[in-house]
Design a protein around this ligand. Structure first.
Ligand code: NAD
Length: 175
């Protein structure tokens, strides 16, 4: 039996958008299975990290299904941050299935895995000015068009959890 080659993508996915989906599809063109690590899993209910790890799991799962990606080809694992960057790779390895390749455009993630001896691949950016979590959350807050940036199943989850009202409520100033 030939061993499977697995690739790891870690991201906060706040929320998962079409740029992330492009990366996931590219990874699956190169490896047998992708591990999607939900970074900063302990964070939620802030303007930068509005959604819980459970909500993000649901969004990712539905986005992959919508894009026809079979569950036998992915794992979704929440990963909490650790206060010491030098220990983070060990934390990731403890929580995920074994993997050989890391895919990340984040310099800190790249550096930590390079120093741990891993092969790191930088996926090409997919219209980053528009397809970024920061841009999506800004549009949600400002009432601009955001739905076209996400898989429609993720739009549905955000509706189900009343996500837009959460973000707008969190942005209010006490008076
Ligand atoms: P993110 O959701 O912004 O991005 C995830 C990945 O998708 C990145 O590799 C990014 O380059 C890629 N991407 C995003 N938009 C794209 C687009 N339009 N086209 C192509 N690729 C695109 O998440 P992130 O901030 O990179 O997540 C890193 C996570 O790792 C964070 O949760 C961070 O806290 C965690 N981390 C923790 C420690 C620690 O705890 N000490 C250390 C390092 C990293």
């Amino acid at each position: 039996m030939v061993d499977k080659v697995r690739g790891l993508l870690v991201g906060r996915m706040q929320p998962i958008h079409d740029g992330h989906m492009d990366v996931i599809k590219r990874i699956l063109d190169e490896v047998d299975e992708v591990i999607i690590g939900i970074g900063s899993a302990q964070l939620s209910h802030t303007l930068k990290d509005p959604f819980t790890a459970g909500e993000r799991t649901m969004m990712i799962n539905k986005a992959l299904t919508e894009n026809g990606i079979t569950p036998s080809r992915y794992y979704i694992t929440p990963i909490q941050d650790v206060a010491r960057n030098s220990l983070w790779v060990a934390q990731v390895k403890m929580l995920t299935p074994p993997f050989e390749v890391i895919y990340s455009g984040n310099p800190l993630v790249q550096r930590l895995f390079i120093e741990a001896g891993y092969k790191v691949t930088t996926p090409p950016l997919y219209n980053r000015e528009v397809y970024s979590g920061t841009e999506v959350r800004k549009r949600m807050l400002d009432g601009d068009k955001w739905k076209s940036l996400l898989p429609s199943s993720v739009v549905d989850v955000i509706g189900e959890i009343d996500g837009i009202n959460r973000i707008r409520h969190l942005s209010k100033k006490e008076n």
